[in-house]
Design a protein around this ligand. Sequence first.
Ligand code: AMP
Length: 112
Amino acid sequence: MSTIFQKIIDKQIPADIVYEDDRCLAFRDINPQAPTHVLVIPKRAIRSVAELEASDADLIGYLFVVVRKIAEQEGLSNGYRTVINSGRDGGQTVDHLHIHLLGGRGLAWPPG
Ligand code: AMP
């Protein structure tokens, strides 16, 4: 079944896209939890960290390089947080792997 993020990749529904290339897409979260809240996703449909294969290692590493570029683009020089929720207990609500990039304010720890 097609997820909402697949529809964003396919340009069937709009999103505030901040970065795109052949392997990944990054767009602003519709319900931001910080002044900067961007989701970085692979274009290939991988459901979650729990479904990663060894052959996905390059792609996942690349997503973090993109995170770093976007953090610079967003001016997050004081730092930021990356989060990947996985599965029900992890709080994952969209079954297409995504990295949350949060910044622009001090973030508490531990998370809820
Ligand atoms: P997670 O709970 O980790 O699966 O994160 C899913 C995130 O996707 C949430 O932070 C939602 O606010 C966000 N989200 C859901 N639908 C959209 C959408 N159409 N455009 C942008 N962000 C979305």
